[in-house]
Design a binder for this molecule. Structure first.
Ligand SMILES: NC(=O)CC[C@H](N)C(=O)O
Length: 418
């Protein structure tokens, strides 16, 4: 059986792939050279499974998505209190490159350039040289992705050559005593941070690290503490999408960060990291198709943060071959509340370790409830098992999946509890 998750992601990619307007960023001339039709979606679970479709393995520059992680690094290096003294956490309602400070003279948040350049300058000890700071940041981003990342030198040169706006911001920060380094040096180093090459799959794993309490799901490295990621994700939720943050929170409801390279990440605490890559941007500098895909993913998978389902790490409690009526039946004992992540575990187990027996039983006796997406995924998994020639039964004394029709017109037969 093939897991339904990649097919579902492909379906979302296809549904959102029609041109919807927007233009790739051109204020950094090198970025305008990108193919505007590229489109990739990746989803990484908190135990390190990565589902990638479309152009999810194509490299592009991380740009402002780096801001969330580098802010986390500044907090890791100096503690939250010290960082809050320099950078506020209020949504600004302003474009990402606004020259603005709040009444106390601080950048309004670390996701707009003024705050991000300040966060960049806070990385390491005060006497850290600009190139060492960049190395530290590339180390961090590589740890989050679980592979060695590098800088796109052409994009970096192109950004530095046209960095008047960020230089203006850096001079403003210097004039308020927030920055002490030379504006040129800081902007050049910050532009290298933005020019790090990633794929949507990398970004999904980086986001999954946040979702997983700061531990990289594949390497097991604890990159941030739980408290640090909670803070970073809170700021992503309120400020990650700039002046469309309010709209994003209500329609998508996932802590997120966008970049002008066309990427968007979303981190759903305790569940998954998501990433999209599609270069044309809207007037806020957010990927048009990325925003659309996230709205759809959030809706379909019940991922809005305000719609809470408890995490389900051990949905399959055990499995045994049970003899019933002279037939050997492979029985899976499921438990807990089954939402997206629980159903994904079941789908993955059955697709990666397919049962040898003809008869497969999903025993739901230990299941408290099944969310809408959990139900759809379990039924679709059952439908696919049938297509592979299995007979699928349910043990469902509490009726947690009423009317269990996988969509092929034949309800799943029920067996008595044993
Ligand atoms: N929104 C973005 O991705 C902006 C990042 C870009 N490097 C800049 O500072 O202008």
């Amino acid at each position: 059986m093939r897991s339904p998750v990649p097919d579902y992601l492909t379906e979302v990619a296809e549904a959102c792939s029609a041109p919807k307007g927007g233009e790739p960023a051109s204020y950094i001339p090198e970025l305008a050279k990108v193919d505007p039709d590229r489109f990739g979606i990746a989803l990484a679970t908190i135990d390190g499974e990565v589902y990638a479709v479309g152009d999810a393995e194509h490299e592009f520059t991380i740009q402002s998505i780096s801001k969330a992680f580098v802010y986390g690094l500044a907090v890791r290096d100096h503690g939250l209190e010290q960082v809050l003294e320099r950078i506020d956490v209020e949504p600004s309602g302003e474009p990402f490159d606004e020259l603005s400070l709040d009444a106390s003279g601080r950048p309004r948040n670390p996701m707009i350039n003024a705050g991000a350049i300040t966060a960049h300058s806070l990385v390491g000890e005060p006497d850290t040289a600009p190139h060492e700071r960049v190395e530290r940041i590339i180390r961090l981003l590589s740890d989050l992705a679980g592979r060695e990342l590098s800088v796109d030198e052409d994009v970096w040169r192109s950004e530095v050559a046209t960095a008047d706006r960020n230089l203006a911001i850096a001079h403003m920060l210097r004039s308020h005593g927030i920055l002490t380094d030379s504006a040129e040096e800081v902007v050049s180093a910050y532009s290298r941070q933005c020019a790090v090459l990633v794929t949507a799959s990398d970004l999904a794993l980086m986001a999954a690290t946040l979702a997983n309490g700061g531990m990289q799901p594949v390497t097991g490295k604890q990159v941030f503490t739980g408290a640090q990621v909670r803070h970073v994700m809170s700021v992503m939720l309120t400020c990650g999408m700039y002046d469309s943050a309010g709209d994003w929170v209500s329609s998508v409801g996932i802590p997120a960060k966008s970049g002008v390279g066309g990427g968007i990440i979303g981190a759903l605490p305790g569940q998954a990291g998501l990433a999209t890559f599609a270069p044309p941007l809207d007037e806020h500098g957010n990927s048009v198709r990325g925003v659309e895909a996230f709205a759809r993913l959030s809706r379909d998978m019940g991922m809005h943060l305000m719609q809470v389902a408890p995490p389900a790490r051990s949905v399959i409690q055990s499995t045994r071959v049970v003899q019933r009526g002279g037939e050997s039946m492979r029985t899976y004992y499921l438990s807990g509340t089954i939402g997206f992540s629980g159903a994904e575990l079941v789908a993955r187990r059955l697709s990666q370790d397919p049962p040898e027996q003809h008869a497969v039983v999903l025993d739901l006796t230990g299941v408290h409830s099944v969310t809408d997406v959990g139900r759809r995924m379990l039924l679709e998994t059952a439908r696919r098992l049938r297509l592979d020639g299995h007979e699928v039964y349910l043990v469902d004394t509490d009726d947690v999946i009423p009317d269990a029709d996988p969509g092929d017109g034949r309800r799943l037969p029920l067996l008595a509890d044993q």
